[in-house]
Design a protein around this ligand. Structure first.
Ligand code: DHB
Ligand code: MG
Length: 245
């Protein structure tokens, strides 16, 4: 799909990635055959690592498609965790529910059918991870609502932020993607990188993945407590025992 990273490098990364399972591999083949806008296994692995690393229990996804990225995300959840995922297309949502069941996540995935702009008002946070992969024209309009739904220290991860490189002047001679969507994503990139509540880094994997952590006391307090304890321990420690004096 995205051609930011050279094909040979992507193939090398794909060869290293042994995290996928038969259901995911079957869905990836379906996605390729039908030209569905799915992430790939490398981005899937990144999502699962990120969600696992912060101990995510509640995940929100915008843009379910047939549930491919959702299965990677659900794989990070404990058995009492929950993925809420919003899909505009009823038929895709139906297939997603089937795929979640096939992958053993029927109890952990709630597929909501509808326009994310409307449905987002009905879901209640806080979420540990939000994966934004829905309509690109809604990336900026939904941003502040998504940030509000995220807990401090939670991650807002966004797909397609490099839009096939077409939003970088001079990178592509021929455009194949929707130009208005490209402009919408370029605006969104500026917003998330300048947002006072976010700290953002972008990984140019596949079609570009932006990873933003929500700032706030929840993110800093445990670290400050640990630092205070470590400082105290350092002050109290006597490194010079009698023998060395
Ligand atoms: C498109 C959308 C996506 O979310 C994606 O991953 C790839 C392509 C698209 O609209 O073209
Ligand atoms: Mg996408």
């Amino acid at each position: 799909m995205g051609r930011i990273v050279p094909d040979s490098i992507e193939r090398y990364l794909a060869g290293l990635n042994h995290l996928a399972d038969p259901v995911l591999e079957d869905m990836a083949r379906t996605g390729a055959a039908e030209d569905l806008p799915l992430i790939d296994a490398e981005v899937g692995a990144l999502l699962r690592v990120l969600a696992t690393s912060i101990g995510a229990k509640r995940i929100l996804e915008i843009g379910t498609a047939i549930g491919y990225s959702g299965i990677w995300l659900a794989g990070a959840l404990p058995s009492n965790g929950m993925l809420v995922t919003i899909e505009m297309d009823e038929e895709r949502a139906r297939r997603a529910r089937q795929n979640f069941a096939r992958a053993g996540f029927a109890d952990r995935a709630n597929v909501i059918v509808g326009d994310a702009k409307l449905m987002i008002a009905k879901v209640s946070g806080p979420f540990d991870v939000i994966f934004q992969d829905g309509a690109k024209s809604l990336y900026t309009p939904l941003l502040d609502r998504l940030v509000a739904l995220l807990r401090p220290g939670g991650l807002l991860i966004t797909d397609n932020v490099l839009w096939n490189g077409e939003l970088v002047p001079g990178f592509k001679k021929k455009r194949t993607r929707d130009a208005a969507d490209g402009r919408a994503i370029a605006e969104y990139n500026e917003r998330i990188n300048a947002h006072p509540a976010l700290m953002t880094a972008t990984v140019p994997l596949r079609d570009g993945v932006a990873i933003a952590v929500k700032r706030g006391s929840g993110e800093l307090k445990p670290m400050l407590d640990t630092l205070a304890r470590a400082t105290h321990a350092l002050r109290e420690a006597d490194f010079n025992d009698d023998a060395s004096r």
